[in-house]
Ligand binder design. Structure first.
Ligand code: 1DF
Ligand code: MN
Length: 348
């Protein structure tokens, strides 16, 4: 047993993954029948679903449990609550009709599982950006009828990013419902994956962060946050590298706008870093590393940084101990572990 004191903090883990068994079956079929033209998906799910190691098998078993086993694992690591989202790439890998239909089915399934542990498990809604109008309607149904806490979008959908206005019904719905959209990584799309894949850098090791950081910057420079100033976006992995880049992004974005370098890059109401501090929260998923956490708290504000474990992909008890040992006060730890998440996801 680890040295985690389960009583000391009410730890809320905010980027925790779940996979419907039906989706796992469909993924296995897509890969073994070679039916999907996406090298990132083949790399990611070909590994998790066909690798023989007990480590990957354990991850895939845990992914499919939204019940007793998950609760036992939470108890063993002092996690009071999980915010649960459908694992990457969720329904976004399917064609529009299948994805749309499955998003409804999987949301019903996850909501029902979470209802059995009402003070432990809190679901995010899977949506299918392939059909933005349906995605917006499904988010509304999930929040108002199923009690879900926001949406999860596993980054690009067949190489398309949410800064494209055709997706903005999703943001309009999230803003109107006053719930966050969690933008979770996925492997880079076919158009950018080759130099990642041939050195094994396409997944969580690095490619995820590059792809999702790009998604964040695309949203910011597109003007999406001028159109939806109250939109709340959550990202993991301490902001996918972007907090480290903000000075340079601000500097060159201003110069590009001022010199009219690109017709498409229009002036914005705020600087990129101001949108980061106004419209984004970040979680510590996968990055239980004191220097990085302290830096991001300094740059974005302590009210913008929340704890996440990234269960079951990174189910490592020692990481909870490392977070308990962060060089911040106990009051600041309560903010990091609990109150920021309670506010952002409205856990009531
Ligand atoms: C991995 C990591 C896979 C994360 C994930 O979803 C994921 C991994 C498929 O280890 O390949 O969510 N993660 O967020 O770090
Ligand atoms: Mn994750």
């Amino acid at each position: 047993m680890s040295g985690i004191d389960a009583q000391r903090f009410r730890r809320i883990a905010t980027e925790e993954a779940w996979a419907p068994s039906d989706m796992i079956r469909r993924y296995r079929g897509l890969i073994s029948e070679n039916k999907v033209d996406d090298p990132g998906f083949r790399s990611l799910m070909g590994y998790f679903l066909f690798n023989e190691s007990p480590v990957t098998k354990g991850v895939v078993e845990r992914l499919q449990d939204a019940g007793e086993r998950r609760i036992a694992d939470m108890d063993a690591t002092g996690i009071a609550k999980q915010i649960i989202g459908i694992t990457s790439p969720g329904v976004q890998i399917f064609d529009a009709d299948t994805a749309t239909r499955l998003s409804v089915e999987y949301n019903d399934e996850l909501a029902e599982a979470c209802r059995r542990y009402p003070d432990r498990l809190y679901p995010l809604a899977a949506i299918a950006p392939q059909d933005p109008k349906h995605a917006a309607a499904e988010l509304e149904r999930a929040v108002t009828r199923l009690g879900m806490k926001g949406a999860i979008v596993n980054s690009h959908t067949h190489g398309e990013y949410l800064d494209d206005e055709r997706f903005w019904d999703i943001f309009a719905a999230a803003e109107a419902l006053d719930v966050p959209v969690y933008i979770h990584p996925q492997t880079p799309p076919k158009s950018m994956i080759a130099p990642f894949l041939d050195r094994g850098l396409d997944s969580a090791v690095y490619g995820f962060g590059v792809e999702t950081g790009l998604h964040m910057l695309r949203l910011i420079v597109s003007g999406v946050f001028d159109r939806f100033p109250k939109l709340s976006v959550v990202v993991g992995h301490l902001g996918e590298g972007i907090p480290f880049w903000l000075y340079r992004v601000d500097f060159f974005h201003a110069r590009i706008v001022k010199t009219k370098r690109y017709e498409k890059v229009k002036p914005l109401e705020l600087t990129p870093s101001e949108y980061m501090r106004r419209n984004f929260h970040v979680t510590s998923s996968g990055m239980p590393w004191a220097p990085a956490i302290l830096y991001v708290r300094q740059v974005l504000g302590a009210d913008r940084v929340m704890y996440a474990m990234d269960y079951p992909y990174q189910y490592v008890p020692e990481e909870v101990e490392a977070m308990d040992a962060l060089p911040i006060s106990d009051d600041e730890k309560v903010e990091f572990y609990e109150t920021n998440a309670t506010r952002v996801f409205k856990l009531g």
